[in-house]
Design a protein around this ligand. Sequence first.
Ligand code: PEP
Ligand code: MN
Length: 343
Amino acid sequence: MVIIMEQGAEQAQIDGVIAAVQREGLTPFVNPGVERKVIAVLGAIDSAKVQLADRFMNLAGVERVTLISEPYKLSSRGYHPEDTVVEVNGVRIGGPEIVVIAGPCSVESRAQALRTAQAVKAAGAKLLRGGAFKPRTSPYSFQGLGKEALEILAECREATGLPIVTEIMDPHDLSVVCEYADVLQVGARNMQNFRLLARLGKTDKPVLLKRGPGSRIREMLQAAEYIMVGGNPKVILCERGIITFEDATRNTTDINAIPVLKQWSHLPVILDPSHSTGHSRWVAAISRAAVAAGADGLIVEVHPNPAEALSDGAQSLLPEKFAQLMQEVKRVAWAVGREVATS
Ligand code: PEP
Ligand code: MN
């Protein structure tokens, strides 16, 4: 259930509603930083909810009360009808402009990261991605450079001005990752690591939440809910392909997820065409499709020498291929009435 306050409702009226909700043994949740106050009523609401809604409706300053039957509340459109824009050092994700994040799968060396950062910036990327702590299927594969990679990423930010997106795998690494990162990525494997999600709810950094390869869209929104109910509303949803019987591609891009998420949720939605296809030759086509389908952005893997990459070389684009992708995506954006934000 959400209680939508009148425009300009006074603080005393908001406090009155909060107290009324608490008297019913339920938890009020006021979205921080939103101009028009909407109070979500969280907790087990039983069959009496229609009567309860009527009671809240009659409180001073209340415009209307809406019942939300989905298992996710704060991430739902019903709670927050306008699109949420997540701002990262002046870059707005979820607004009219499409934002492209690009960079290597893993930070491998200072030279590799800096070269990639400069190339993606020149092509128009607005944020730099790069893995420091890598979730690898095999314990024998490259696990990432850890703190050293974070320091290199900070140097890349210094050199290019691009904010940094990097993955957080373990709550124990949170303080060191937060020291360097601008956006915390939750990898597909951790989408349902509920302790990690709850911990991220207590930070003030934007979170890029990737869809689990075997998770439903609804489950992804419930994962976002774990972060939001902790008090962090800055969540970016990322479709990165799901597992199906098809093995021509590494995963199957669920293009459907883009319009579905945009309808069910107010959060920004981006696509990762690198992991969703698993091969560089299909990355541009799926990037174009994502923008046509309404994505707010892309996250693309780029490497100066993919054949030598320590992770995900097959799906990484050469810088010149990435520059070409940017041009193609701009044309599609124009066709659907949007623009690509460029540096
Ligand atoms: C990555 O971004 O490099 C990554 C590991 O992605 P995912 O969690 O989607 O597999
Ligand atoms: Mn990768």
